[in-house]
Design a protein around this ligand. Sequence first.
Ligand SMILES: Nc1ncnc2c1ncn2[C@@H]1O[C@H](COP(=O)(O)OP(=O)(O)OP(=O)(O)O)[C@@H](O)[C@H]1O
Ligand SMILES: [Mg+2]
Length: 222
Amino acid sequence: MSVIELRNVVKRYDTGGEVVEALKGVDFAVEPGEFVAVMGPSGSGKSTMLNVLGLLDVPTEGTVLLDGRDVTDLTDEEQTEERRRSIGFVFQNFALVPTLSAIENVELPTLFAGDGGGRERAEELLRRVGLGDRLDHRPTELSGGQKQRVAIARSLVNDPRILLADEPTGNLDRATGESVLDLFTELRVERDVAVVAVTHDPQVSTYADRTVRLVDGRVQGE
Ligand SMILES: Nc1ncnc2c1ncn2[C@@H]1O[C@H](COP(=O)(O)OP(=O)(O)OP(=O)(O)O)[C@@H](O)[C@H]1O
Ligand SMILES: [Mg+2]
């Protein structure tokens, strides 16, 4: 069974008069442990699709399924709970908390889970992305690529089964990008984590099981 699925998803943004149809009937499904790259021109709806998959935005029409269960119409609180349990998200702009250090940013999602051990997991993940010597730096004291790696560590701290990443290697040099992609591969193999990565980077596609192209709000075949 697919771990996450979109059925005929339409997303319209109504910005006072002008309506933008960002997704025009998208069907998309991801199997456990699968790595799917999503490519396409700027403005084609990639971030919108990722936000809908991550229960951060609701579709105007269509259905979102988690493990075959319809989660489209859950309340905000229920969606937040599903997200916390199952989904890790790496935002295009990182979305780190500026007043918190690297390790505090990574630990943050665990504070709501209340199962303890968050600080140790945060440290281990930061070491794994090569930031063991930057634990106490704030975001303003980190480079773009380092912030990206903090965001990746944070997305993994609650042990998600689905990792949704918007341009996860966008600010990384080739070697660091490869180490992030190797980390994704380990998570897939060790824990069956499904990865959906929006990217402009052809290197990401070479790691993916398949690449989906989004053009003007529609999936263009694989
Ligand atoms: N909150 C919003 N309100 C209104 N329009 C929006 C909103 N978010 C996105 N859009 C519009 O929806 C379309 C798709 O945007 P989206 O951010 O999904 O593109 P993208 O494929 O991620 O592009 P990029 O590669 O530049 O990140 C664009 O035309 C954009 O202007
Ligand atoms: Mg985008």
